[in-house]
Design a protein around this ligand. Structure first.
Ligand SMILES: [Zn+2]
Length: 59
């Protein structure tokens, strides 16, 4: 089983989810709680996932 992983553009924290849609939710939630002043909105988070998310196996 693989999962989708992305590292936060701002702090580098890895975020992971089963699908890109769930990953988008993780990123949006992370940015709202950790980087509320970053100005990153859902559309930018989606682009970030499109460009940078990768598959990772469950260890
Ligand atoms: Zn972050």
């Amino acid at each position: 089983m693989t999962k989708r992983v992305i590292e936060c553009n701002i702090c580098g924290e890895p975020l992971s989810a089963a699908t890109d849609d769930e990953l988008l939710g993780q990123v949006v939630q992370h940015i709202e709680s950790e980087h509320p002043d970053s100005g990153v909105d859902e559309e930018q988070a989606r682009e970030m996932i499109t460009r940078e998310a990768y598959d990772a196996g469950d260890a």
